[in-house]
Design a protein around this ligand. Structure first.
Ligand SMILES: NC(=O)c1ccc[n+]([C@@H]2O[C@H](COP(=O)([O-])OP(=O)(O)OC[C@H]3O[C@@H](n4cnc5c(N)ncnc54)[C@H](OP(=O)(O)O)[C@@H]3O)[C@@H](O)[C@H]2O)c1
Length: 591
């Protein structure tokens, strides 16, 4: 239960303040002392009475306390209390996922997906799921049914991370590639001489999009960022008095290049999360250019780092630009018809990599675009574009990479989105009325896998984990180092799971101390990492990293998408049957 008061208890009912990290420690300490260490934690604070879920963005801050922050503080307390045993966290929410298209969505709850996706990457002993429901009428048969569904969900070891229950059906989230064709005519949403506001317009991607709009439609551009930028009449003097590689000088030259292409450009310093500053910016823009036709919300802040080091100040600086920024844009453009509002989100909101708050901020953008699509009945488009990493420009290049991970990052840069591919995708996407599109220049599952293993590796490289690692035991075979990324990822997971310093590719899982329980956890981990279905029995069939990696790579190459989808469905069904059998056996055992 949540309350502002000090934690209190009565007959195993505890009251804690979701805003106070120490309360989570106190609760866990007490449970450990009573030998009641939880194996499953069910988080219900994002389940709100029906009437409270329609509020859209008004409850953004309050939702963070009981959603994002409570899960963050819980994960931090679990670490502080040395809870390294296997644990399952299930966050149950309502009105978060768009499944039927008829839900009253509450996008402010979507930030809980940050911790849900990131915690298992940083703490391999914890598995997390988000279970979204629609609350039925109290005391109806549907309520009983939902309770039954949730109980099954929590006791049977299902593998999906993102789940929704709608009526009698259980939905899991998967992604399939589609081709968005080029059409002969120009993007109907971009006008010759159209007026476009780009928040974060002087950032890496913002300037690439600005260049594209200058070239294709000679746009009138409003580029905004928080940093001070010299007035136009001071540019020449600035250039003359600063070095060639001065960052502001480079941006001045880029803005001048946009003008040379025929664009008109207004650069304004304004924080997108500040309503007054943004209102002043929009007034100034309207005065100069007239009606604004489209908005690209490309402002973003990304601060690398693990959950254990996240403070509310860091989190707030990441969330504000996307959460408050969208609130501000919504307020300002409430009565204006925009041809489009493009929200620049990231693949991280799907994969869970980079940092917990960055994932959360982008998950919010995704959910907001779905919320708009549900509530919008005109042809105005709100779209979240989940970009994979970009090449040559932007924040993916700016973040500091630990020395050990540099070769891995350089390899990944090669398959990142080039500016040309990015603008071409942007152009195509604008022709459609879709709420969310993921853009990646490579196989999506490979991209997700890479994001996740990067996060796992960084979590291990940046800090020495509290988990103790033991030397590799003496085995009949000698140690052979992983030869490729799939093998490295598998070795990484085994090392964490088994607590062994280094695992060779011919080492047998069971000889290393793996058992059937660990096999179930490994299977879950594999599914999250490779976004693909595995059975626990696969591990018996392919008990070494080398065998398993070969099996994974073979399947990916051999099976075209629709076959994969079909075999996935079949395997899911088999796995579910297996899980149901197992849970029935467990139930019988418990009597
Ligand atoms: N680069 C990638 O590989 C990649 C991949 C996936 C998604 N994305 C997303 O794409 C967007 C653009 O990324 P980028 O790579 O171009 O990043 P970037 O180069 O760091 O540019 C982001 C810009 O946003 C501005 N900004 C940050 N907070 C702001 C605020 N509150 N108000 C106004 N401006 C603000 C920053 O300028 P000031 O500091 O001056 O405010 C900065 O110029 C981001 O939303 C990012 O999440 C990028």
């Amino acid at each position: 239960f949540s309350s502002d008061s000090q934690s209190a208890k009565s007959q195993r009912v505890y009251t804690i303040n979701p805003r106070r990290p120490n309360d989570y420690d106190a609760l866990l300490k007490e449970l450990i002392a009573l030998d009641l260490t939880p194996k499953i934690i069910v988080h219900l604070w994002s389940l709100t009475p029906q009437g409270h879920t329609v509020s859209g963005l008004e409850n953004v801050d309050q939702a963070q306390e009981k959603g994002f922050y409570s899960l963050l503080f819980l994960a931090q307390a679990l670490e502080r209390q040395n809870m390294t045993d296997r644990l399952q966290i299930a966050a149950i929410s309502n009105n978060l996922q768009s499944v039927t298209g008829e839900e009253m969505l509450s996008p402010e709850k979507a930030t809980l997906l940050g911790p849900i996706k990131t915690i298992p990457l940083e703490y391999p002993n914890i598995s997390c799921s988000s279970i979204d429901v629609i609350l039925p009428q109290a005391e109806s048969w549907q309520e009983d049914k939902l309770a039954e569904q949730l109980l099954t969900e929590l006791t049977a070891e299902f593998s999906e991370q993102i789940i929704a229950y709608r009526g009698k059906h259980r939905w899991g989230q998967t992604f399939e590639p589609v081709r968005i064709e080029t059409k002969a005519e120009d993007a109907p949403r971009l006008h010759e001489g159209g007026v476009y506001l780009i928040t974060g317009g002087l950032g890496g991607i913002g300037l690439v999009i600005a260049d594209h709009l200058a070239r294709t439609v000679k746009a009138k551009l409003i580029l905004s960022g928080r940093s001070e930028f010299p007035r136009q009449d001071q540019w020449e003097q600035w250039l003359a008095s600063h070095e060639q590689h001065d960052q502001v000088s480079e941006k001045i030259r880029q803005v001048k290049a946009l003008e040379a292409l025929g664009a008109e450009v207004l650069v304004v310093s304004a924080d997108v999360s500040n309503l007054e500053q943004m209102q002043a910016l929009v007034n100034q823009a309207r005065e100069r250019f007239g009606k604004i036709h489209g908005v690209i919300h490309a402002a973003g802040v990304a601060i690398p780092g693990e959950i254990r080091f996240r403070t509310p100040e860091i989190v707030e600086s990441v969330l504000a630009t996307k959460l408050k920024g969208v609130s501000v844009l919504e307020t300002i453009f409430r009565d204006t018809h925009l041809d489009f509002l493009a929200l620049f989100s990231s693949l991280s909101s799907i994969s869970g990599g980079f940092a917990v708050d960055y994932v959360a901020a982008n998950a919010f953008l995704d959910a907001y675009a779905h919320y708009r699509a549900t509530n919008n009945n005109n042809d105005s488009l709100t779209i979240a574009i989940n970009w994979d990493n970009w090449q040559q420009v932007g924040m993916a290049l700016q973040s500091e990479v630990p020395e050990e991970l540099k070769p891995f990052h350089e390899e990944n840069q090669k398959s990142s989105i080039s500016p040309k591919e990015g603008t071409e995708s942007f152009n195509r996407i604008l022709r459609y009325q879709l709420p969310q599109v993921i853009v990646s220049g490579r196989d999506l599952q490979a991209a997700i896998r890479q994001h996740r293993s990067a996060q796992r590796m960084e979590a291990r490289v940046r800090v020495s984990p509290s988990q103790q690692f033991y030397p590799r035991p003496n085995l009949s075979n000698s140690y052979v180092i992983p030869r490729n990324q799939v093998e490295q990822t598998l070795a990484d997971i085994w090392q964490q799971l088994l607590g062994i310093e280094k695992v060779g590719i011919h080492d047998n899982f069971f000889e290393l101390g793996g058992d059937s329980l660990l096999a179930v956890q490994f299977r879950n981990n594999l599914q999250e990492t490779f976004n693909k279905d595995f059975l626990t029995t696969d591990l018996f069939q392919y008990p070494t990293i080398s065998d398993l990696a070969e099996y994974i790579s073979r399947e990916q190459v051999e099976q075209p998408t629709f076959q994969l989808a079909r075999s996935r469905a079949k395997r899911q069904q088999d796995a579910m049957e297996e899980e149901i059998k197992l849970s029935e056996q467990r139930r019988k055992k418990r009597g």
